[in-house]
Design a binder for this molecule. Sequence first.
Ligand code: T46
Length: 132
Amino acid sequence: MNYRLIDLKVHGDERGKLISLEGMKNIPFEIKRVYWIFDTLPSQDRGMHAHKKMEQIIVAMDGACQFVLDDGKTREKVWLNRPDQGLYIGRNMWREMKNFSYGCKLMVLANDYYEEKEYIRDYNDFLKEVNE
Ligand code: T46
């Protein structure tokens, strides 16, 4: 499975906590794009796609959600609910995002610019791609 949870180093003192993300250091790629997801609802799932080349790190800055990750052979579930943990998802991984808490805030770092044609949004097409 081409994903892993990464523990992020926390700089903390009596004033609070700080985490720094740096491309090719604690993030395993050069960061080309940052986006965030907010105003989520438990009844609304997201994702349902894979990426041919995109690598991403997702951090739950606030709240929680569940990722279902699938490489075409195995399906695993991961909870994302800590601002000091990043979920790395590599290429060719089908993802579904479910069980959002109300107003969950996800920050996502990506190794490339947004390009819709790079998405595989049909599960059968994804299975064809990974089994080729
Ligand atoms: C992913 C998960 C974790 C843009 O115009 N630019 C962007 O950079 C992105 C990410 C999206 N969009 C547009 C495309 C759609 O019209 O924003 C709309 C919502 O995107 P989407 O339905 O793909 O959102 P999610 O939450 O299902 O998936 C997103 C990312 O697209 C995806 O790469 O891995 O978050």
